[in-house]
Design a protein around this ligand. Structure first.
Ligand SMILES: *Cc1c(COP(=O)(O)O)cnc(C)c1O
Length: 419
C-alpha cells in the first residue's frame, strides 16, 4: 500500500498524490510500476527454480505501455480477444511470446492463430479444434480441459468447476485425441486447466496439476506428447493487510505444483512436461491505487454516504463480485475520531463500494484513495451513464506519465449515428 509523507499525504512510488491529482484530475488509476516490476521479478525468480514458464494474463490490465513493460521484465503474454492481441502487437510483443485464449472464439481469433500472430492457441472446445484442423495452423496447440476442481473462491470467478463453460469436459478427451491424430495441421504441445481466481489454497492447484497429469497419460500413449502443462492463474492476494489468509503462498504453491507434475509423470512413466502459469491479479492488483474526490457526504436514515467521482463504471468489481477495496482519505491519516460511512460511486445505480472509515470532518472535494485496484477495474470499466473512462498513469522512481489518457466527453458520442 502507498506510504504517507510527514504531513499525512499519501505518496505512490515516491510521488505525492496531491501532485498526481493536480496534474491528471480524478478519478485516476495510478499504477506503481516500481511495485509491479518488483512483483514480477519475485515471481520470475521463484519460477526459475522450477523451470516454470510465466505468461501475464493481459485481461487483468491491458494497455500498450504496460504490456511492453511486462515483456521487458521477462513475461510472456496471454490474450483472449483481437483487441487484446492488437494491444500486444502495438506493444511490439513477438508472436512467439503470445498465447490466444478464449471461450467461443471468433473466426478472426482462430485466423490469428492460423496465421501465426500468436505462438500458441489454447483450444477451449472440441468443435474449435475441428475448425482449426481444417487448414494450416502456425500456432502450437494447447488443449484446455475442465478438470472439475472446486476452488474456494467466489462462484462468479470459478472457471474450472464442473459446471462452467470453460474448457473441454474430460468425457470428450477421446475425441480430442482423435482429432489431433487425424490432422497433420495441428501441432499439439500440451494441456491446460485454469481453476478460478483469487485462490489462496495451494491444494486447488495441486489437485488441478494431478488431474492434468491423469489426462496426459492417454495422450502420451497415442504419441501425443504433453510437453507443457499449464495450470492457469488465479493466485489469491490479500486485499487488506489483515486478510493475509487470502494471499496464496506463491513459492510454496509453485514448489508443490512442480513436485506434483514431476512425481506424477514418473509414476505414470511419461516425460515430465514443462509447467506453465498465467497470473494476472497477483502481479498488477497491488500496484494500482484509484484516486477519487468526494462529491457529496450525505447523512441518510441510518447511514452516512460518501459519494465519490468514480464508481460502477470505472470499477465494477464491488457490484459484480462483492469485492471491497480498502479506501481512505488520501491527504491525511484517518485518526481516532473517524466515523463509519458507506462509500458510493456517483452513477445512477446503488453502486456501493463498501464500508469506509473517514475523518469526522471529511469535506467535499477531499481526495480518497482506494487500494489494490490494478486488476480487473480499468479493464472491466464501461461507460454507464456516459461517464468517460478515467486516466491511467504509471508512477516510478519519483516520476509519472500517462499509460492511458482520460476519455473525452466527445469520444463518448463517436459511435452514435448523427440522427
Ligand atoms: C483470468 C485468467 C487468468 C488470470 O487470472 P488471475 O486471477 O488474474 O491470476 C489466467 N488464465 C486464464 C485462462 C484466465 O481466464
Amino acid at each position: 500500500m502507498p506510504l504517507r509523507e510527514a504531513d499525512g499525504m499519501l505518496a505512490i512510488a515516491g510521488v505525492r498524490t496531491d501532485a498526481l491529482i493536480e496534474t491528471y484530475g480524478t478519478p485516476l488509476l495510478a499504477i506503481d510500476l516500481d511495485l509491479f516490476g518488483a512483483r514480477v521479478r519475485t515471481l520470475l525468480a521463484a519460477c526459475a527454480e522450477h523451470d516454470i514458464e510465466v505468461s501475464y494474463a493481459a485481461k487483468a490490465l491491458c494497455l500498450i505501455p504496460l504490456l511492453r513493460r511486462a515483456v521487458q521484465l521477462g513475461l510472456d503474454i496471454d490474450v483472449c480477444s483481437i483487441g487484446e492481441l492488437l494491444t500486444a502487437e502495438r506493444a511490439g510483443v513477438a508472436p512467439q511470446r503470445l498465447t490466444m485464449h478464449g471461450s467461443g472464439k471468433s473466426e478472426a481469433e482462430l485466423r490469428a492463430a492460423r496465421e501465426g500472430r500468436v505462438g500458441t492457441i489454447v483450444v477451449d472446445d472440441v468443435e474449435e479444434l475441428e475448425r482449426l484442423g481444417r487448414g494450416p495452423c502456425a500456432a502450437a496447440i494447447v488443449v484446455r480441459f475442465n478438470t472439475g476442481i472446486e476452488a474456494h473462491t467466489h462462484a462468479m470467478v470459478r472457471t474450472g468447476g464442473d459446471d462452467t463453460k470453460f474448457g473441454i469436459h474430460p468425457r470428450d478427451e477421446g475425441r480430442v485425441r482423435a482429432l489431433l491424430r487425424g490432422s497433420a495441421e495441428l501441432r499439439f504441445t500440451g494441456l491446460h486447466a485454469h481453476v478460478g481466481s483469487q485462490i489462496a489454497d495451494e491444494r486447488a492447484f495441486v489437485a488441478n496439476a494431478e488431474a492434468l497429469m491423469e489426462l496426459a497419460l492417454p495422450f502420451a500413449r497415442e504419441g501425443l506428447t504433453v510437453r507443457r502443462a499449464i495450470v492457469g492463474g488465479g493466485f489469491g492476494i490479500a486485499m487488506t493487510p489483515e486478510a493475509s489468509d487470502e494471499e496464496l503462498d506463491v513459492p510454496f504453491a509453485l514448489a508443490a505444483i512442480a513436485r506434483t507434475v514431476r512425481d506424477r509423470a514418473r509414476a505414470l512413466g511419461i516425460d515430465a512436461p514443462l509447467v506453465g502459469i498465467e497470473p494476472g491479479r497477483t502481479l498488477i492488483a497491488h500496484a494500482g491505487t484509484t484516486l477519487y474526490r468526494v462529491r457529496a457526504i450525505k447523512r441518510q436514515a441510518t447511514r452516512t454516504f460518501v459519494v465519490v467521482d468514480g464508481g460502477l463504471m470505472e470499477n465494477p468489481r464491488p457490484a459484480l463480485y462483492g469485492a471491497v477495496h480498502r479506501t481512505e482519505a488520501a491527504a491525511r491519516a484517518t485518526g481516532k475520531d473517524a466515523i463509519d460511512a458507506t462509500l458510493c460511486g456517483h452513477s445512477c445505480e446503488n453502486d456501493e463500494l463498501g464500508p469506509i472509515r473517514v475523518p469526522h470532518d471529511l469535506a467535499v472535494g477531499e481526495p480518497l484513495a482506494a487500494y489494490a485496484t490494478g486488476a480487473y477495474t480499468y479493464s472491466m470499466a464501461g461507460n454507464y451513464n456516459r461517464f468517460p473512462k478515467p486516466a491511467v498513469i504509471g508512477v516510478e522512481g519519483g516520476g509519472h506519465r500517462l499509460l492511458a489518457r482520460r476519455e473525452t466527453d466527445e469520444e463518448l458520442l463517436c459511435c452514435d449515428a448523427a440522427d
